[in-house]
Design a protein around this ligand. Structure first.
Ligand code: ATP
Length: 378
């Protein structure tokens, strides 16, 4: 059992930098949680505080309900893997794996059995007598993970462990990590700036920006119901379309005025409810490119009139760049798009997949999962 609770956790460096700002997070036992955000958002500092390498300026870190802020790193039951694989390159793979258990004074036969088990889990069993300097880069990173995992820490912290690998190894290691996590059954906290990595590996994602938690939820919640424009824009490739619009009324009808692209009458009950809760008329309409479909005719009923600006065929998909006046939008079609460059077309936006954000605060209108109290978007 290893649950981590961060309560109002804050870290300042000097008077200018608030690396982590009043962070509240519960990382449940045996879950894989990704800390995700752009460079400098406070991910590593959060991780270092959990590990005990950095002291918080304020707040609490509870491991299984016990405050551990004053506990030395080695007493926390935490294993740490950095992006620069920490292994002894002058030792064999066997000796690297055996090092931790030997330091802990395990009996020789237990060390041997555990090394064999870990080598098999990391698929390094035929490399045990190799000098580790001869391993490939991805094998070295697996060895680094194995070295940490072998002493069975109840919490595993991984700080961008794949960032030094090239693209094809990264994909391979992502799958490997998922397999390893299923078998190790440990609580894992994983720092990354790569949203694909976070989406594919994590049970839950904490999205951070400028030291503030933006949203905490399952990958599906974060992707499908972003709490603010930052999360909407950070997740997804290509990212969500975010289009400035104005909320207007026409008799009993609620409309979104998208300028040159036309007006959309709101009909979906959830979207209507969200629009009714708006404090201002200046909103942002969010819709994922893969939700937009393009009808190859101008002014089709119920859609937005747009012009095809660019077509990007990517394998079986086409990314269609649409413009109209100062409105820009992307659509992703799963099939080859038959339309022509510069054609006037209609973009259809399914309202069940649209989101409305307050333009000033960036916050979504209506409900969004995973916004901890006191953790609002900057
Ligand atoms: P990256 O992915 O680039 O490592 P990150 O999200 O992990 O970024 P942190 O390394 O936690 O971010 O840094 C958060 C902020 O704190 C940044 O502005 C960084 O410059 C600052 N910072 C981190 N460590 C220190 C330090 N020891 N002294 C001063 N400022 C620091």
């Amino acid at each position: 059992m290893a649950e981590i609770q961060l309560k109002n956790l804050t870290k300042r460096f000097g008077t200018q930098v608030i690396a982590v700002n009043d962070l509240n997070l519960v990382i449940p036992d045996k879950e894989f949680v990704a800390l995700l955000g752009p460079s400098g958002c406070g991910k590593s500092t959060t991780m270092n505080m959990i590990a005990g390498i950095e002291q918080p300026t304020a707040g609490e870190i509870l491991l299984n309900g016990q405050d551990c802020v004053r506990l030395a790193p080695e007493k926390r039951g935490v294993g740490f893997v950095f992006q620069n694989y920490a292994i002894f390159t002058h030792m064999t793979v066997y000796d690297n794996l055996a090092f931790g258990p030997q330091v802990k004074g395990w009996a020789a036969d237990k060390v041997k059995a555990k090394v064999a088990e870990m080598a098999s889990l990391m698929r390094l069993e035929d490399r045990l007598d190799w000098p580790s300097a001869k391993l490939s880069v991805n094998e070295m990173q697996k060895l680094a993970i194995g070295r940490s995992a072998i002493v069975e820490p109840s919490i595993f912290l991984l700080d961008e462990p794949l960032s030094n690998l090239d693209a094809s190894f990264r994909e391979f290691m992502r799958t490997e990590l998922k397999r390893i996590q299923h078998q190790l059954q440990q609580t894992m906290v994983y720092v990354t700036h790569d949203q694909i990595e976070a989406m594919s590996l994590a049970d839950r994602i904490a999205v951070m920006d400028q030291g503030l938690l933006q949203q905490y939820g399952t990958p599906a919640e974060i992707y499908n119901r972003p709490a603010n424009t930052f999360v909407a824009n950070f997740m997804g490739s290509p990212p969500m379309n975010l289009i400035d619009c104005a909320l207007t009324r026409d008799g009993g009808r609620l409309l979104l005025d998208l300028g040159a692209a036309g007006k959309l009458e709101l009909t979906d009950p959830k979207l209507l409810q969200a629009a009714e809760s708006a404090e201002r008329s200046e909103l942002v309409l969010g819709v994922r490119p893969e939700a937009v479909s393009v009808v190859d005719e101008p002014d089709a009923a119920g859609g937005l009139s747009m012009r095809v600006d660019l077509l990007e065929p990517i394998g079986p998909r086409t990314i269609i760049h649409l413009t109209q006046g100062d409105v820009e939008m992307l659509a992703v079609e799963d099939k080859r798009f038959g339309g022509q460059h510069a054609a006037q077309v209609t973009a259809m936006l399914p309202q069940t997949q649209c989101h409305l954000f307050d333009r000033q605060s960036g916050r979504v209108l209506g409900d969004a999962p995973g916004i901890a109290s006191g953790q609002e978007a900057a």
